[in-house]
Design a protein around this ligand. Structure first.
Ligand code: SF4
Ligand code: SF4
Ligand code: SF4
Length: 307
């Protein structure tokens, strides 16, 4: 228990202060021990600075880059930077449909993940109106932002917030974050950004990642008035049956509550990471390993000759 877990909290992302440096994206990967395929050039240039193009089993946070044309010659394009990760909804579709309780609410508003309970059913993917949950590994376990729960419960800020240099990320009691966001919107409007608005106060019962949208929510690709997917009501009808099946599965699982809440990925071996490689990457990897082994053998030979 810490000051960050004993009351309702929220993160505020201010797009008008963000320089899209992606420091937060890197900090998230680093703290949460999320592997990357970049060494093998896994993500060829997509035509956008947004990279990777979307969340995936090894990226819980992606900074989004939307270009907006203007009528001015001096500045023909304006960037609407955004942040894409789990919103930690108060009324979270993912929690409602999860048959094993792998996803659950915490008192401070965080929607946490218990990796050990996940059976890879992908229901949460269908129920999330923001298309957030992604999966990794052969068992297709869920991966999404945990608000760095392991840091919060030790009185530390989420890694992305801690690293943000221009102060575009704030973390504090939700009411305070809403007030700060509204103040910032007023400031922007007074400077001619007519469409500036605060996103997330009411969507899905209220989000715990709020956003100050300098050019409006839509310019950042955010839909207003979002509610949980229709699948959630259907799943409630089917819950007794799903519950029985899930109970049998859960009973067989050894659950570690400590590892559960904020979960940081266990270190992944190269062999495990290779599951996600394309054929071309495997070939390139094998070639590099072969070359490296040859170099090492030659070096050994030279060292021995010099003795
Ligand atoms: S670290 Fe801060 S400024 Fe950099 S991309 Fe993230 S939110 Fe924007
Ligand atoms: S954004 Fe999606 S994954 Fe995150 S809490 Fe809401 S419904 Fe669940
Ligand atoms: S709160 Fe933690 S897990 Fe979530 S996006 Fe930030 S760094 Fe990643």
């Amino acid at each position: 228990m810490s000051i960050y877990t004993n009351q309702e909290m929220a993160m505020l992302y201010d797009a008008s202060k963000c320089t899209a440096c992606k420091g937060c994206q890197v900090a998230c990967k680093q703290w949460n021990v999320l592997y990357t395929d970049l060494g093998m050039n896994a993500f060829p240039f997509s035509g956008s600075y947004q990279n990777p193009v979307d969340l995936n089993g090894s990226n819980r946070l992606v900074m989004t880059f939307s270009e907006k044309k203007t009528d001015t010659l001096e500045r023909p394009i304006e960037w609407a930077f955004g942040r894409r990760s789990c919103f930690h909804c108060s009324n979270a579709g993912c929690v409602s449909v999860c048959p094993t309780g792998a996803l659950s609410y915490q008192d401070n508003g965080v929607v946490s993940v218990q990796e050990e309970k996940c059976i890879g059913c992908h229901y949460c993917e269908m129920a999330c109106p923001f298309d957030v949950p992604k999966y990794y590994g052969p068992d297709q376990k869920i991966d999404k932002c945990t608000m760095c729960w392991d840091r919060l419960e030790n009185g530390m800020l989420p890694a992305c917030v801690k690293t943000c240099q221009p102060g575009a990320l704030h973390f504090g009691p939700r009411e305070e974050m809403i007030a700060l966001g509204k103040k910032r919107v007023e400031f922007l409007k007074a400077r001619g950004y007519d469409k500036a608005e605060l996103y997330g106060e009411n969507e899905c019962g209220g989000l715990h990642i709020l956003q100050v949208c300098k050019y409006g929510a839509e310019a950042q690709g955010l839909k207003k008035g979002v509610e949980p997917s229709a699948l959630v009501s259907l799943s409630k009808l089917a819950q007794p049956a799903a519950g029985l099946a899930a109970a049998a599965t859960v009973a067989g699982l050894a659950v570690s509550f400590v590892a559960a809440l904020g979960y940081r990925r266990k270190n992944r071996t190269v062999e495990e990471a290779k599951v996600h490689w394309t054929e071309a990457q495997r070939k390139e990897g094998a070639k590099l390993v072969k070359e490296r082994l040859k170099e090492d053998a030659e070096q050994d030979k030279a060292d021995n000759a010099g003795k």
